[in-house]
Ligand binder design. Structure first.
Ligand code: DC
Length: 223
């Protein structure tokens, strides 16, 4: 039997960095489900698909195959066999991901892939609906959050480090809008599972967040 950890929470709460490091520390496979939604969004953008048009969307989704592989311990995401890991972190893709991930057909396409991964290995999976929908019986659920201001500052820092321009005000607005969409969509809205441990990372360093996740996991594995 595999041990599963579900980490959910809004964008920029430090989820992916902390989750990746915690998974490494625990020797678990890290599954970044956001990357899968991003790969689909990239495909929709490339194809110029009108996502409001159901038949067009269904046809495009039918032609897309998303998979993940691990290269030197890092997750890479593939769209129809092409490694698109380096192309999915732009604001344009983020925006399309937030829209397209609200569509039930898009979510259905990724549900089985995510569940299959968790059935095979000890995984630490992060996303928005992992503890509530994908792995409702996860051995440990964590809801990781931080204030909008903290998250915007972190995102800005990331963009600046990549040499991309950043307006704190615009990023705060984008984050608030995306939160609203993620929390209010009909399908799999972003919600804390009742049995999830709440972790507010606003005043925590990444190292502190990682240590907390690892100690929670070790506690559960012993019991
Ligand atoms: O975690 P991220 O920033 O890479 O997520 C990108 C978008 O995908 C975000 O708008 C929420 C959505 N997402 C989702 O709906 N469900 C998931 N399990 C993971 C991400």
């Amino acid at each position: 039997m595999s041990f599963t950890i579900a980490i959910d929470g809004p964008a920029g709460a430090g989820k992916s960095t902390a989750a990746r490091l915690a998974a490494k520390n625990l020797s678990f496979i890290y599954v970044d489900t956001g990357a899968m939604y991003r790969a689909i969004a990239l495909g929709l953008l490339r194809n110029g698909t009108d996502i409001e048009n159901k038949s067009e969307l269904t046809e495009t989704l039918g032609k897309m195959e998303v998979s993940i592989r691990y290269v030197e311990g890092e997750q890479h995401v593939y769209l129809n066999g092409e490694d698109v890991s380096g192309l999915i972190r732009t604001e344009r893709v983020s925006d399309m991901t937030s829209r397209s991930s609200a569509i039930p057909e898009v979510r259905a396409k990724l549900t089985s892939l995510q569940r299959e991964l968790a059935a095979r290995e000890n995984v630490l999976m992060d996303g928005r609906d992992i503890g509530t929908m994908i792995l409702p019986d996860a051995d440990l659920k964590i809801y990781l959050t931080a204030s909008v201001q903290t998250r915007a500052r972190r995102r800005c820092l990331e963009l600046t480090q990549k040499g991309e321009p950043c307006s704190l005000e615009e990023i705060e607005k984008d984050i608030s809008e995306r939160d609203y969409r993620d929390e209010h969509r009909e399908t799999a809205p972003l919600r804390q599972a009742p049995d999830a441990v709440l972790l507010d990372t606003s005043d925590m360093t990444i190292e502190e967040v990682v240590a907390k996740i690892v100690s929670l996991a070790q506690g559960r594995m012993k019991s």
